[in-house]
Ligand binder design. Structure first.
Ligand SMILES: [Zn+2]
Ligand SMILES: [Zn+2]
Length: 83
């Protein structure tokens, strides 16, 4: 299959999205899906959001990336969880 930078099929919602969120581990999903995942982890479970793949738990998303995804309150929570 050809790799196209701008468009890809999200592995979570199977929508073709132009806004992808690439993780350092190589996984990609659409921005909306990762945002939902990160918010749920930080906001509801008080857990550090990692990659959405269970096997990828040692991958911390850089705070600079996470800042764009979370609300101010959730990002502050995330920073506290990291320390
Ligand atoms: Zn998606
Ligand atoms: Zn991953």
């Amino acid at each position: 299959m050809e790799e196209i930078e701008e468009e890809f099929d999200c592995e979570v919602c199977w929508e073709t999205s132009e806004e992808s969120f690439g993780l350092d581990c190589g996984h990609r999903l659409c921005l909306g899906c990762y945002q939902a995942h990160a918010r749920e982890k930080a906001h509801q479970h008080n857990e550090i959001p990692y990659c959405y793949e269970e096997d990828c738990k040692d991958r911390v998303i850089p705070p600079s990336k996470m800042k764009k995804l979370l609300s101010k309150n959730d990002f502050e929570k995330y920073e506290k969880l990291l320390t």
